[in-house]
Structure formats: C-alpha cells, structure tokens
Design a protein around this ligand. Structure first.
Ligand code: FE
Ligand code: ZN
Ligand code: FE
Length: 194
C-alpha cells in the first residue's frame, strides 16, 4: 500500500508538522522571553506566545475542515531550531544586550522556518480549493511575518547596544564609548588590567 496518494494527504501531513512545531513553540517561547533583558523584546515574545496559542487552535480548525482529527507529527526541523536556540541563548554573555541580540537571531530563525512551512501549505490549500483552510493559514502567516518584522525592528535597538560590549577596553584610545548599554560582569575587565 502506497504511503501518500494525494495532495490532500500532503496538506494534512504539513498541518501535522506545523501542529507539532507550534505546540513545541508554546513551550520554547516562554524560555526565550525569560532570558530577554530588553522589555520590548520580552513583551514581543510574550505577545507572540499568545498568538502561537491561537495558531494552534487555528490548525485544529483546519484539520476539522479537512475531516481530520488534529494530530501532530514530530517536526524535526523545529526541534533542531529550538534546540539550537536554547544552546546559543544559554551561553555566558558579557552584557544583556549581547544575549538579547542572540535571542533575536534565534527567534527570527523560528519565524522564517514557520513562514516557509505556511507558504507551502497555503499554496497546496489554494490548489485544492480549500479556501477555508487557506484563509486560516494565511491569518497565521501574517502573524509570523509581523513577528519577524517586529524582531527586526527591536534588533535595530538592541544591536548597537550589543556592539558596545568590549569597546571600553580600548580605554585611552579615544573611542570613548560608554557602557550604559548593559550590566558588566567585570570578569573580562579584571583580566585586562596590567
Ligand atoms: Fe507560529
Ligand atoms: Zn517540520
Ligand atoms: Fe511564530
């Protein structure tokens, strides 16, 4: 017996993959938010967590419209992206801004992976004439795109602050950068003293 016999089955599989990915994110986003020091970043992540919970519900509606029971199928891609995110954001950072810069990068990888997956599923729903499923998925895609744009904008605030880390070690060199951007551990500064 062949495995997948129709584009509808392909679409259902894509929804299962997304269902698992979104559910995984309802657990991963709070971990990211907890690590974020920048208030705007933390608020954006918490807001996207709320959206993600609604996205899970939307996928359940899409399954029902296709006459299927909502069921996830392990998304290895998102598992890997989340694993990497936990690993990268869990490093030791000299300043909060440096960690925030890494959190933004990790979160943007998540959004882009989701966007690609939704775009593929939307196109399949369109070809199949599943306009209800298509518009549910489009609603979510718009949220992912907005989340990505928001992260990009926050990055423009955070990255210049992150760039200041380590600059004050050029003391006497005339760079004169302040370090109001983040908390210092003092470890590296102490090591630099002659
Ligand atoms: Fe999502
Ligand atoms: Zn996947
Ligand atoms: Fe998202």
């Amino acid at each position: 017996m062949p495995g997948i016999e129709s584009l509808t089955e392909v679409l259902v599989d894509e929804l299962r993959d997304l269902y698992d990915a979104e559910k995984r994110l309802t657990k991963a986003i709070p971990r990211m938010a907890k690590k974020a020091a920048n208030r705007t970043l933390r608020a954006a992540l918490n807001n996207h967590l709320k959206e993600t919970n609604r996205q899970v519900r939307r996928l359940e509606q899409a399954f029902r419209q296709l006459g299927e029971t909502p069921r996830g199928k392990a998304c290895a891609g998102m598992r890997g992206i989340v694993e990497e995110g936990d690993e990268h954001t869990g490093e030791e950072f000299e300043t909060d801004a440096l960690r925030d810069a890494v959190i933004i990068g990790s979160a943007m990888r998540v959004e882009h992976y989701e966007m690609a997956a939704y775009m593929g599923a939307i196109e399949h729903a369109r070809i199949l004439g599943q306009s209800g499923v298509r518009s549910l998925l489009q609603e979510t895609l718009a949220e992912e795109q907005a989340a990505d744009k928001k992260l990009q904008a926050i990055g423009q605030q955070v990255n210049p602050a992150a760039a200041e880390a380590g600059m004050e070690e050029e003391d006497g060199g005339g760079f004169g950068r302040s370090r109001k951007s983040g908390r210092k551990t003092g470890r590296r500064r102490a090591a630099k003293k002659r």
